[in-house]
Design a protein around this ligand. Structure first.
Ligand code: FES
Length: 152
């Protein structure tokens, strides 16, 4: 038996989903609602944290072995599109060499998500920039490992 509350909750849920489908692709909604690789890696080999012009922050952790990304996680306090971008970019780089990951761009993330609305394009750029920052951090610590201890 369903209560009136359950029925109105279901209606509200359906209407929210319909609104989302008008704006975002199914792939984006899936990554937004079921983010992959959400969380953090303790003492990561590479770490990037970038705050975009919108004020939202995305963080990416890398576990690297033999210059290959063995594991990666993300965290964000941003919008749904930034969650989808963080989720997708971590999926795109898992198992890739650092050289391959370095070539991932905003467009690669957008293509993988099936596009984002104009006003959310910068959320994918935030994903690409944070990845670059995490790789830069890995390379800096590889050159001067003592720097890792002073990392935030
Ligand atoms: Fe800030 Fe999407 S609005 S990352």
């Amino acid at each position: 038996m369903t209560s009136e509350f359950d029925d109105s909750f279901k209606e509200l849920e359906q209407s929210v989903m319909e609104d989302m489908r008008r704006v975002y692709t199914e792939k984006t909604i899936d990554h937004f609602l079921n983010p992959r690789n959400l969380g953090e890696i303790q003492a990561p080999d590479g770490f990037g944290s970038v705050t975009g012009p919108c004020g939202d922050t995305l963080e990416i952790c890398l576990r690297v072995n033999n210059r290959r990304i063995m594991n990666t996680t993300f965290w964000t306090d941003g919008c749904g599109a930034s969650i989808a971008s963080g989720s997708m970019v971590t999926e795109l780089i898992k198992g890739k060499s650092l050289a391959e990951a370095q070539r991932i761009t905003q467009d690669d993330i957008l293509n993988a998500l099936g596009g984002l609305p104009e006003e959310s394009l910068h959320c994918a750029l935030l994903g690409a920039n944070t990845l670059k920052e995490a790789i830069r951090d890995y390379l800096a610590c590889e050159k001067e490992p003592w720097k890792r201890a002073y990392r935030r």
